[in-house]
Design a protein around this ligand. Sequence first.
Ligand SMILES: [Zn+2]
Length: 318
Amino acid sequence: VNALEPAATSRANPGAGVPAAIVCRYAPTPSGDLHLGNMAAAVSAWLFTRAHAGRFLIRVDDLDRLREAPGAAARILQDLARFGLDWDGPVVFQSARVGEYRAALDRLIADGRAYPCFCSRTDIRKAIEAQGGRLPGDNEEAVYPGTCRAIPPDEAWARGRTAPHAVRFRAVGRVAFDDLFAGAVTQDLEAEAGDFVLWRRDGVPAYHLATAVDEIALGITHIVRGADLLPSTPRQIALIEALGGTAPTYGHLPVIRGDDGLKLSKRDGSLSVRTALSSGRTVEDLVGDIAFRTGLTATAAPTTVRTLLEGVRQAPST
Ligand SMILES: [Zn+2]
């Protein structure tokens, strides 16, 4: 099965394939060098876009300056180019777009879709315990128990003039969409995601808000990325729609796995693209490995992204 064929779309909408003018993006976070899992996502998104003669954009998600590694953005762009991935137009840096995110936040507040939250992390844990709810794991975001939801808006915003607060999205209803690779996805937004943060207490726009604003502003039609981002996609769709945009078509690829069956991550320093290259493997070796692990080829024989693109273009359309 060719993972890059949009089978689900064809099923959901017979006769209508991917539109001619597609716009796709790869959005790295400059917290360190790309690892093989990141590169696999980039290669997959690029192949999908180029196979459909679309525009491929690069957006650097550099809002969290505390997590940013100096020079990482430039190194990531070098690595993408070294693998043969090209992109259209200038690279977009989220740090230059904070004013856009603020304007979007103000619209959501004016529409009654957002409210200030004065809870600390401890307050949230205590409220969840008091409600008998499930506490989140270490790397999980808690489903917000709704403590500040009921404060009358006038009172809440008056208090917010002096009290430190985050701003949360008022989550309502269910979100359903057809994923190109994962099939039909539905989420009860209120129960499963809860009222999530749009603007952090430390003054930084939250990831989901910035992403939603940018998908609209950049005219993104398709997003191909790792399945690890699938659970947060309904939040982004809800936000895009609340901001008056049309959600793109999503395709979440199975997360690339290492030989040991563990998900590759930045903690596996030996698996960063640069470390792999400095240990004697070539770009072609790594592209071959990525193609095999993502199910694009039957073997891990060395290859190039151009060769893979020719293969995808010649594959019979389903
Ligand atoms: Zn709160």
